[in-house]
Design a protein around this ligand. Structure first.
Ligand code: BES
Ligand code: ZN
Ligand code: ZN
Length: 452
């Protein structure tokens, strides 16, 4: 991680202070420092910073205003405000269990998607950081952000596959993929039909890692590398961000990388249906009836509800080895965003125990996630007159729930399962979360897995 070092020599000290703490700190300072602080109007307001010079005029310390109630969040946004130098945070007065999040904020704040920028030679401030775990978290989140931010032209099914292959090679995982017509031969008809019009062939990416003795977890991610809506074409404003429609795949891969990097005792499988929802003469059509891996037929009510179709085949495969747990991530519905806004990941689960573990993970991660119900009576909304299911509900209401109920048709009740419906994108820049691709729900999951 470029923003961290393990060296604390010559690091400038960052001193976090509450307004009360500032009063007592000032008592021990020489008059020159007292005057400097007063002249700069530093009153230790939350997130306020003050660079304090030594007698030579070099920065000797940085004061950071923090809230007494929630000191950790005051560290978000810090890295972006500091001049290029090496720093160390004085963490004496901060709860030990919170240190990791403070370090992580530094990394999240330092992130910049620079692949297409000429002038990224700018040096950034670095931080002394002794916790190897945090570097793993940060690398996982950077991976998710980079994958989502990369335009569809450079992050199609082929490039996504290469990325998974590279990561598999790094951690000694097995990788295989089923491409194009082979999807039909090997009975993944829904992935095939949704992706058939894309200029890169659709594929199912499949990675295995870990010891078969350990608990088996399958991670599944929606890998729609671009979602034009298909023949039910999206209006341009809705299409603008659709390079992010492989955000679920990015999350599943980011979580898989974290599990492997931290060497967690998990027998892991990653499944990513990677397609482009495009238009040409091969595009699947509204009114078509698709076969699925499970054998259920689906009438295509709307070609823009493609995510649940490709996930249906991946989930049907995920259950075959009777795993202990399944988690899927998907930028599945606009309705989930209408319900909870863009920042709160929605999840569904068929298992109360798994819900409790996830909520504990979320509490440890200090992340807000929110459960919606798999409300059985709404199952009637995804019935079709001519097939077993429709991919488009017959009502404009409860779209996140009807999409989740559709997925549930492909998961056995006996297998604990979590489905995340996420935005995967920050619509505005905030401290620690720059506009663009974002990992949502990921920290809650890794904390749950660490505690498992
Ligand atoms: N990828 C979209 C959902 C989406 C849109 C997620 C915007 C996050 C932000 C998905 O494939 C889609 O288009 N869903 C439709 C489903 C509808 C046609 C039943 C939707 O949500 O409108
Ligand atoms: Zn769509
Ligand atoms: Zn989509």
């Amino acid at each position: 991680m470029l923003c961290f070092t393990k060296e604390d020599k010559e690091a400038k000290l960052i001193v976090p202070l509450t307004p009360k703490g500032l009063e007592s700190w000032l008592q021990e300072q020489p008059v020159s420092t007292k005057n400097w602080i007063a002249n700069n109007g530093f009153i230790a307001k939350e997130r306020q910073i003050c660079l304090v010079p030594d007698t030579q005029g070099n920065i000797s310390r940085v004061l950071l205003g923090i809230s007494a109630k929630e000191p950790v969040v005051s560290f978000s946004g810090l890295a972006k405000q500091l001049p290029t130098a090496h720093y160390k945070i004085n963490l004496h007065d901060i709860n030990k269990s919170d240190h990791w999040k403070i370090f992580l904020y530094w990394a999240l704040d330092s992130y910049c998607f620079s692949r297409y920028k000429k002038n990224d030679a700018l040096k950034k401030p670095t931080l002394y950081m002794p916790d190897p775990q945090v570097a793993h978290y940060a690398e996982g989140i950077y991976l998710v952000r980079d994958l989502i931010n990369t335009p569809a032209e450079d992050m199609g099914p082929v490039q996504l596959s290469e990325k998974v292959k590279d990561i598999a090679a790094t951690y000694g995982a097995e990788f295989k993929e089923i491409i194009g017509d082979d999807l039909l031969e090997q009975n993944y008809p829904a992935i095939y039909h949704v992706g058939r019009a894309g200029h890169q062939a659709p594929r199912l990416l499949d990675m295995h890692w870990g010891d078969p003795q350990h608990e088996k977890w399958v991670l599944v991610g929606k890998g729609v590398c671009f979602d034009s809506g298909g023949l039910d074409l999206k209006p341009s404003s809705n299409m603008r961000l659709m390079k992010k429609d492989m955000g679920g795949a990015a999350h599943a891969l980011g979580l898989a990388q974290l599990i492997m990097a931290m060497n967690l005792p998990i027998n892991l499988r990653l499944l990513i249906p990677a397609v482009e929802n495009a238009i040409d003469s091969h595009a699947y059509r509204p009114g078509d009836v698709l076969a699925t891996r499970k054998g259920l037929t689906v009438e295509v009510g709307n070609t823009d509800a493609e995510g649940r179709l490709v996930l249906a085949d991946a989930l049907a495969e995920a259950v075959t080895e009777k795993p202990d747990r399944i988690i899927d991530f998907a930028t599945l519905t606009g309705a989930a965003r209408v319900a909870l806004g863009t920042e709160i990941p929605v999840y569904f689960t068929n298992c109360e125990m798994l819900k409790n573990s996830l909520e504990q993970g979320a509490a440890m991660a200090k992340e807000s996630i929110w459960q919606l119900p798999l409300h059985k009576p709404y199952r009637s909304h995804i019935e079709s007159a001519i097939a077993d299911l429709s991919n488009d509900a017959n009502t404009p209401f409860g779209g996140a729930i009807t999409a989740a109920l559709f997925l549930q048709e492909f998961v056995d009740d006996s297998i604990p399962w979590i489905h995340f419906d996420i935005m995967a994108w920050n619509v505005t820049s905030k401290p620690g979360s720059p506009e663009g691709g974002e990992a949502m729900g990921l920290l809650s999951c890794i904390k749950m897995l660490e505690a498992n």
